[in-house]
Design a protein around this ligand. Structure first.
Ligand code: UT7
Length: 316
């Protein structure tokens, strides 16, 4: 035994909403195609003074408040992201300054693309076991609007900005979240160029191949999590899926006969927010009262890297 549970969640999305009709003014597309192929109607993009630091700070403050935990109680802070305002300092170090986290709080960023929040939770569970302070802050945050190719209708219509945060607590007597995580080095399916290449850093994706990867990976992760926990899908209180495409979620829902009251989609409002996607869902669900103390939530993610993973998360 020994593991983490979520104490409180928070989120922040930019105010500016970009509709499918707005996208149709930029690339050759239309509301009908985007809605039926992806489930997306809106995405939120940073404007004015909004940036990655702002989104992270607001989301983290809200999670701390809901958890009733002070910054000085935090032992580690991980920001899962691929779009921090600066490469150095890490977004987690900037957040440390904004929140007034102690200097011995271990703060760092983690890049596992859309699976980043799950990688962050697993890493936090390991870290807090060795930390003198047993509360951790895990964020998934992205400003993907800064790395879109506005000439590529296959990608620019998909992505949005946002941040989600969770305050977690570690206890010896709690079960582990039982994360199952995987990676496969591949830069053919999904790629963002880095400093070495001299190319513009924007998302390049073979959507059809990623779609195929996703529909195989989601059930694979779910089966692994359930088998590790000795549970069946019927024992799970709620299912949280990475919001990449509503059709990917619908396929999993059909395969596992998940009733409508046990899963949730917010892709219609935010599009794909990569690492922020899962914590945004968790935060909305907590506010809606759909998940609460004792709820067993099966969370599944997949994305660039390639990366994938699942875990069984409980709320304290
Ligand atoms: O979170 C990271 C992981 N990312 C994902 O999970 C994304 C997974 N992939 C997908 O969600 C889907 O593959 C997309 C939404 C990206 C694309 O949907 P699709 O059903 O796979 O479409 P497609 O790429 O096969 O394209 C079908 C047609 C093509 O036209 P032709 O060749 O049949 O004439 C495309 O050019 O749709 C066209 N198309 C568009 N049409 C209008 C592609 N994008 C658009 C668009 N508007 N935005």
């Amino acid at each position: 035994m020994s593991g983490i549970k979520i104490r409180g969640t928070g989120r922040c999305v930019p105010q500016h909403i970009v509709t499918n009709d707005d996208m149709a003014k930029i690339v050759e597309t239309n509301d009908e195609w985007i809605t039926t192929r992806t489930g997306i109607r809106h995405r939120h993009h940073c404007t004015g003074g909004e940036n990655h630091t702002y989104l992270c700070t607001q989301a983290a403050k809200s999670a701390l408040e809901k958890a009733g935990i002070r910054p000085e109680d935090i032992g580690a802070c991980i920001v899962a992201t691929l779009t921090a305002d600066e490469l150095v300092p890490a977004a987690a170090c900037t957040l440390q300054r904004e929140l007034g986290l102690p200097e011995d709080t271990l703060c760092f960023d983690l890049n596992a693309a859309c699976t980043g929040f799950l990688f962050g939770l697993h890493t936090m569970e390991c870290l807090l076991a060795a930390s003198p302070r047993k509360y951790g802050l895990v964020l998934g945050a992205e400003v993907l609007s800064r790395i879109l190719n506005w000439q590529d209708r296959g990608t620019c219509i998909l992505f949005g900005d946002g941040a989600g945060a969770a305050v977690v607590e570690w206890r010896q007597e709690w079960p582990s979240i039982g994360a199952v995580l995987g990676t496969r080095g591949d830069n053919e399916l999904l790629r963002v160029a880095g400093v070495e290449t001299g190319e513009h850093s924007y998302i390049q994706m073979d959507g059809t191949k990623v779609f195929k990867f996703a529909v195989e990976t989601v059930p694979h992760c779910m089966d692994q999590v359930l088998s590790k926990a000795g549970m069946t899908a019927a024992d799970v209180d709620f299912f949280v899926f990475h919001q990449a495409n509503a059709r990917i979620i619908d396929l999993a829902v059909r395969k596992y006969h998940i009733p409508p009251e046990k899963y949730y989609k917010n892709i219609e409002e935010y599009g794909n927010t990569s690492a922020a996607s899962i914590p945004l869902v968790l935060s909305e669900l907590q506010d809606l009262g759909k998940i609460h103390s004792g709820s067993r939530v099966l969370v599944v993610g997949f994305g660039g890297g390639l990366t994938w993973g699942g875990a069984l998360i409980e709320f304290a």
